[in-house]
Design a protein around this ligand. Structure first.
Ligand code: BGC
Length: 608
């Protein structure tokens, strides 16, 4: 525990005209002024990122001078409404302002496909779908809309974009990335950061949301079977160190993110060979901070300082802070962290200058984003799930759906006069459409997200009154003398996040295949729509389908799929990732070279 003597109340509060409190003073001067006024404890507090559910009580935010609070996936207010979110977030932010220095906190969240923890938010396609759009402007707009939905509830820091370039479709985080192509990740990551960090409402005078480029570094190249987590296979695993790949592939999107002035970079939970990436001064200090000249702050991943540490937590903190980590996502051990770091400084194990550098970096980004000059007031949450944002999401869904096969020009379908069968486990299930990181860490099941539209509902809303739509989830339709004109089967994956989605053999389930077969028997043409976070192994089945569409994880606006089916929008998307035909081809290099050097099912960039 900290001694009460050293903190807050006994020290004077600087006067209202202190340099750091003045909006028109240059940021460097403000940071310097504030730093000279701070005690060691106040500086270490800035380096602590605590999960809101792990705080013993809200007063600890001010008592320990915390720099940031987060809602880890699913950490929501008692009642999940935009108004309750705002009330909760602002209460933490206001608590921080009660300290003598009044340093604002960051409140972070994984708003990685819209501000999707908030019930009623617009859920945009997961990043892999945005990658398929190849559309920088669209990505920037999606990021800006997400930032506005965050701002509407008081959140000011997102843990996105992911710049991972997955080489192995068995990894449970493929969909969080734009692409397996570092160059495309660099371009779309830049667009995402620009969209996030422009002032919400496009006013330069209003504070902006901070973005985080993650997961540093080489995370998409982890090796199957190398996970340090007993429950996982590849997530939290090992990347084989390669200076050449580091320089030619892995650093590329981070370099772009630094050029786009990203505020923070998150260090991954992977190992770089034998070394935890978080402990690698060569990667964090030398590559990221010196070589790429990153001026923002480096944050750990969840429990990253301690996960798989081979020494005590005290020693682990010393190693990673000296390796260049500026803020630790603890996310609960904050009291011990603060006293450990203080002890380490007093024993000379962490230099005072390192603490000053970390604090300076964090404060600089807070000043730059306008947080010191923001007046905290509750506001209407009109942006959350707004018609404008849903329309943008619908556009993004249409722009992300990849047409893999279209025999006999089956698409676009006519809106009129057809008899259409719709089936499949994902046809009428918004939870599956949204995937994980939606309300809960592992996502949700069913159609209860306010304002959302399933793919089936989207189809029904699009067709004319003389089109007959029959729906059965399992494709069990009564036998009739004539076949339906078209059968649409929507199948794929149930939501999963992180290592829980590691899957040795990503393919359609037997149940999905049976449903497709039933509908195929009952229709003249069969259209298969895949709702999944990664390419699935379908080379045996696709010859039997007339049309195949990869919808990725489109989010709350299922109408976007109907738009491309019925020709409201043309298909424009292209695969952002190589699509293997079989397991022996994995991992696939960004160049498209497969492990067994055989031909992929679809090359990256393919799309009709
Ligand atoms: C994930 C990060 C995420 C963090 C905070 C971790 O489990 O690896 O990507 O940003 O949690 O929720």
């Amino acid at each position: 525990m900290l001694s009460q003597k050293k903190i807050g109340p006994l020290l004077p509060s600087p006067p209202p005209d202190a340099l750091y409190r003045q909006p028109n003073v240059p940021i460097d001067v403000r940071v310097n002024d504030l730093l000279t006024r701070m005690t060691l404890e106040e500086k270490i507090g800035q380096m602590a990122l605590v999960d809101k559910n792990s705080l013993s009580n809200i007063q600890d935010v001010s008592h320990y001078h915390l720099g940031a609070v987060l809602s880890g996936a699913g950490a929501k207010p008692r009642i999940n409404t935009p108004a309750h979110w705002q009330e909760m977030v602002l209460s933490f932010r206001q608590e921080a302002l009660r300290t003598r220095l009044g340093i604002p906190i960051l409140y972070g969240i994984d708003a990685n496909h819209g501000n999707a923890n908030v019930l009623g938010a617009t859920i945009f396609p997961h990043a892999i779908g945005l990658g398929a759009s190849h559309d920088k402007e669209l990505v920037q707009q999606v990021a800006a809309a997400t930032a506005n939905e965050m701002k509407a509830v008081g959140l000011n820091w997102t843990y996105s974009p992911s710049l991972d370039a997955p080489k192995d479709i068995r990894w449970g985080r493929v969909y969080e990335a734009f692409s397996d192509n570092p160059q495309l990740n660099a371009e779309l990551g830049t667009a995402y950061i620009q969209g996030t960090q422009i002032a919400a409402d496009n006013k330069v005078s209003t504070p902006y949301t901070l973005a985080t480029a993650k997961h540093f570094v080489g995370t998409g190249a982890m090796i199957w079977g190398s996970s340090y987590n007993k429950r996982f296979k590849i997530d939290q695993g090992t990347t084989v160190p390669s200076q050449q790949l580091l320089d030619s592939q892995y650093l590329l999107p981070f370099n772009a993110a630094v050029d786009a002035h990203v505020s923070s970079v998150m260090v991954s939970l992977n190992h770089w060979g034998e070394t935890r990436t978080i402990d690698s001064s060569q990667l964090v200090n030398d590559k990221l901070k010196k070589e790429l000249n990153f001026q923002g702050f480096v944050v750990s991943d969840w429990y990253g300082g301690y996960e798989y540490a081979r020494s005590s937590h005290y020693e682990a903190n010393i190693t990673s802070i000296n390796a260049g980590l500026d803020m630790m996502m603890l996310p609960f051990e904050y009291k011990k962290f603060i006293s450990d770091v203080r002890t380490a400084v007093s024993r000379g194990r962490i230099k005072q200058s390192r603490i000053d550098d970390a604090t300076r970096r964090i404060l600089y980004q807070k000043f730059k984003a306008g947080l010191f000059d923001e007046i905290l007031v509750s506001r209407k949450q009109n942006d959350v799930g707004s018609a404008k944002n849903r329309l943008l999401a619908r556009k993004a869904v249409a722009a992300s759906a990849v047409l893999l096969k279209n025999s006999a020009a089956t698409l676009p379908l006519s809106k009129n006069g057809l008899k259409i069968l719709v089936a499949g486990d994902s046809a009428d299930n918004v939870g599956k459409q949204c995937g994980a990181w939606t309300v809960e860490w592992q996502g949700v099941n069913g159609n209860w997200l306010p304002g959302s539209t399933s793919i089936l509902q989207g189809i029904r809303n699009t067709v004319g009154s003389n089109t007959k739509i029959d729906y059965d989830r399992n494709g069990l339709f009564p036998t009739t003398s004539s076949k339906a004109d078209v059968g649409i089967v929507v199948v794929g994956e149930a939501p999963y996040a992180e290592g829980l989605g590691d899957n040795a053999n990503p393919q359609l389930s037997d149940n999905d295949l049976k449903t497709i077969e039933r509908v195929r028997q009952a229709s003249t043409r069969v259209i298969v729509i895949i709702v999944a976070g990664r390419p699935l192994l379908i080379s045996q089945q696709i010859p039997n389908w007339d049309v195949a569409i990869m919808a990725w994880l489109p989010g709350s606006e299922g109408s976007g799929i109907a738009d491309v089916l019925f020709g409201n929008q043309n298909f424009t998307a292209r695969l952002p990732i190589s699509w293997p035909a079989r397991l022996s081809q994995i991992p696939v290099e960004p160049s498209g070279l497969t492990a067994d050097q055989s031909k992929l099912l679809f090359l990256r960039d393919y799309g009709l």
